[in-house]
Each structure stands twice: as C-alpha cells, then as structure tokens.
Ligand binder design. Sequence first.
Ligand SMILES: [Zn+2]
Length: 67
Amino acid sequence: MIFLVKEKACRNCRKIVEEEKVCPVCGNTTFTTFWRGYVVIVNPEQSEIAKRMGINTIGKYALRLSR
Ligand SMILES: [Zn+2]
C-alpha cells in the first residue's frame, strides 16, 4: 500500500489526519509529520489503550511523536 498523502499527527491528542488544518478531535492546529506507529481506536469505551492514552473518540492515533 502506498500513501501519497503525508499523514500528520495532532501534537495535542495524536489524532492522525491528512489534509485537515484543524484537529477534528481537540481543535488543535499544530501537527507533526514525525510520528511512529499508530493504533486504530474503534471502541474507546472498552479499549484499555484508549483509556491509557486518554482517547475517547474513534479514529487513528499515533503512538509516538518524535518532535
Ligand atoms: Zn488533536
């Protein structure tokens, strides 16, 4: 699979977006393209990872931000 769009992660909540200028989850406007690994949260209420990361919205989130 080839990603033509460079995905970026929200610096605040780590939500991964493509073209958005404003984070759809937290409203933050600063993103980084330097991130590694991701998790897809489908059921935040039942997910231990989501709880640990403080995520309560469905979506794809970066595990680590490098910068
Ligand atoms: Zn965010």
